[in-house]
Ligand binder design. Structure first.
Ligand code: HEC
Length: 165
């Protein structure tokens, strides 16, 4: 549990650090291949792999890039139910860049997905993420479907307690 807590705290720290980094870098212009490379960088420092790539946090990021962002069967269970990090490779493959931008600006997913961090990103950075993931191509299966709070997950999950008041 202590390890788990450290992992979650680590993931959140990475996200915070990444937001600061992204704010600093926002507005830089990028060429097409530059955008893909920048998207790769943003995905790494933005913590997306920590949840959306199976085993990434536990392996300190040592997961082959071909498996990045293919989603995870490890559930996150809390007062909201159980959510599973989506397969972003398949998700982006079905979306246009325009649809992605509008999704990132309006979506309000369940925890622990930091949807508010997507909203804080510049359009340029969101585009770079899209181009990187899209260029990586679809791979793997869909993550398990969301389960409501009363439903017991069949597979492994991380349990979130009720936050202190
Ligand atoms: C702390 C874990 C965590 C982190 C970090 C995280 N996600 Fe997520 N993400 C999730 C979970 C869990 C879901 C499913 C939420 C739900 O079912 O409502 C999700 C859902 C999504 C979705 C919606 C997919 C769909 O099918 O509707 C997108 C897009 C997404 N994440 C992108 C990202 C990107 C890009 C990053 C990095 C900037 C990121 N996520 C970082 C856990 C995370």
């Amino acid at each position: 549990m202590a390890l788990l807590r450290r992992t979650i705290a680590g993931a959140l720290l990475v996200t915070v650090a990444a937001s600061a980094q992204m704010a600093w870098a926002a507005g830089k212009s990028t060429s097409s291949s530059g955008a893909i490379e920048r998207g790769r960088y943003l995905v790494r420092i933005g913590g997306c792999n920590d949840c959306h790539t199976s085993g990434y946090a536990m392996a300190a990021g040592k997961v082959a890039e071909e498996h990045w962002l293919t989603g995870d069967r490890l559930g996150w269970r809390g007062p909201w139910g159980t959510t599973y990090p989506a397969n972003l490779r398949n998700f982006m493959a079905q979306m246009t860049e325009k649809q992605w931008l509008s999704f990132a600006r309006t979506a309000e997913t369940k925890p622990p997905m930091p949807w508010y961090d997507l909203r804080a990103m510049s359009s340029e950075d969101l585009r770079a993420i899209y181009r990187y993931v899209k260029a990586s191509g679809p791979r793997g299966e869909a993550a398990p479907a969301y389960l409501p709070p009363e439903q017991e997950p069949q597979g492994p999950f991380i349990l979130f307690p009720q936050p202190p008041k």
